[in-house]
Design a protein around this ligand. Structure first.
Ligand code: UDX
Length: 441
């Protein structure tokens, strides 16, 4: 059994470290943030992720999972070191590699035996080689050997533990057969398909996969906009397309565009990578532009139904970038709500868990509600921005009793057109025919 150290207890580091412990390894997760580490030791998880708290607690209790700020010791003790620090987007759109290089330097300074250094952070192609150079240049014993591996993560927020424990594939980009074998062995208990590649290919697989999914989303959103104009229904179109196994049915749900910590950052980063090697990735630039414009589609729909928005009471349901997370990074609500406020609307908002996060962005410019009914009360239009289960399961009869006007602008296609019609709502959704006239009016 090899000892594993994970540096960086953000989303990726914490979930990956916990899963490696869960399959029986001895794992030490480190961070420079003392408060975070203290909390983790007490079982307090800094992010919302279903199942994570219990799994961390169990592995800590069973003495497989440890937390520390003593990174040098954790490096010296480990056989395998995972780098899982943040790579935020810099102003140019490129990934900022400051934290990765800092960690590589600390690894070099503390390397006391052969170790495999694995990059888990999403990093531009070439970063593995950069880590190799930095570690090498800081070695205190220059005869010490090591290998660098790229082992990208493909976790989705809200189902990260499940995704990790049931991973569809492990991509291992390695600089030696020995390192590839160590990381392949580590993944054996996951019983997953393993693909061994060069460092550069593994780094590229991560970007190509994420940006391809983003492309699928922008594509179906663009198709949705055409569907609206020609009288087609994008859900039927997506279903028909998805029945072709070459296309596949997933990630073809039209809506208000992708958000979160990965797709927006990775699409910009790949455009930047392409630019830096002299390739104009105009396809990806259009994907990004289509995604930005998709947020405006919803605002335009509200304006179409209500006319001028000054003084109008709107109820916004869902603030997080997707359900089952409190993450607001690049959430569509961040553009849509300010646009509504600029037009003079009054906004009451509800999200099952992201409201606290939302206060940071909207301050006292909107009213936050803790209950759905309170949010809907007196609304002149309801806007659905995140497809939480409790929003999808709303009792439309009860909603109708509470609102001032039966209008729903649904950015996530939560209800069927029949349902909306049967309950007498004016219902505008994405890429589907409009339900115009409330039947019982
Ligand atoms: C994504 C990738 O799925 C994961 O592999 C990667 O490692 C990190 O980025 P995540 O950002 O957690 O995961 O969320 P995901 O469930 O993939 O959704 C991303 C965005 O796309 C969300 O804003 C979601 O609302 C949107 N989306 C997704 C659609 O608009 N339509 C779809 O059909 C699917």
């Amino acid at each position: 059994m090899r000892k594993i150290t994970v540096i960086g207890t953000g989303y990726v580091g914490l979930v990956s470290g916990t899963c490696f412990a869960e399959i029986g390894n001895h794992v030490t997760c480190c961070d420079i943030d003392q408060t975070k580490i203290n909390k983790l030791k007490q079982g307090i998880i800094p992010i919302y992720e279903p199942g994570l708290e219990e799994t961390v607690a169990r592995n800590v209790a069973e003495e497989r999972l440890y937390f520390t700020t003593d990174i040098p010791s954790a490096i010296r003790e480990a056989d395998i070191i995972y780098i899982a620090v943040g790579t935020p987007m810099s102003v140019t759109g490129a990934a900022d590699l400051r934290y990765v290089t800092e960690v590589a330097k600390t690894i070099g300074e503390n390397l006391n035996a052969y170790k495999v250094i694995v990059n888990k952070s999403t990093v531009p192609v070439g970063t593995g080689r950069l880590v190799q150079r930095v570690v090498q240049s800081y070695l205190s014993d220059t005869t010490q050997t090591f290998d660098v591996v790229s082992n990208p993560e493909f976790l989705r927020e809200g189902s990260a533990l499940r995704d990790c424990m049931n991973m569809e594939r492990a991509v291992i980009g390695a600089t030696s057969d020995k390192a590839a074998q160590w990381i392949a062995d580590l993944h054996a208990p996951f019983q997953t398909d393993i693909l061994i590649t060069s460092l550069e290919s593994a780094e590229m697989i991560k970007y190509a996969s994420n940006t391809f999914l983003a492309t699928k989303i922008s594509f179906i959103n663009a198709v949705a906009n055409i569907c609206e104009r020609v009288g087609a229904d994008v859900t039927e179109v997506a279903k028909g397309m998805g029945m072709d196994s070459r296309i596949g049915s997933r990630f073809l749900q039209a809506g208000i565009g992708y958000g979160g910590s990965c797709f927006p950052k990775d699409t910009h980063a790949l455009v930047h990578i392409a630019d830096s090697v002299g390739y104009d990735f105009h396809l990806m630039k259009s994907v990004i532009r289509t995604n930005d414009e998709q947020r405006e589609v919803v605002v335009e729909k509200v304006r179409q139904v209500l006319g001028p928005l000054k003084g109008r009471q709107l109820s916004v349901l869902g603030l997080a970038f997707k359900p089952n997370t409190d993450d607001m990074r690049d959430a569509p609500s961040l553009q849509i709500i300010p646009a509504l406020l600029r037009k003079g609307a009054r906004v009451k908002a509800f999200d099952p868990i992201a409201s606290k996060e939302a206060v940071v962005h909207f301050g006292d410019k909107i009213e936050y509600c803790t209950r759905l009914e309170e949010t809907i009360q007196g609304a002149e239009a309801i806007l659905i921005l995140t497809e939480w289960d409790e929003i999808k399961q709303l009792d439309l009869d009860r909603v109708k009793e509470l609102v001032q006007a039966p209008v729903i602008i649904d950015g996530r296609n939560c209800f069927s057109l029949e349902e909306a019609r049967a309950h007498g709502f004016i219902y505008h959704s994405i890429g589907r025919p409009v339900v115009e006239q409330a039947e019982d009016n």
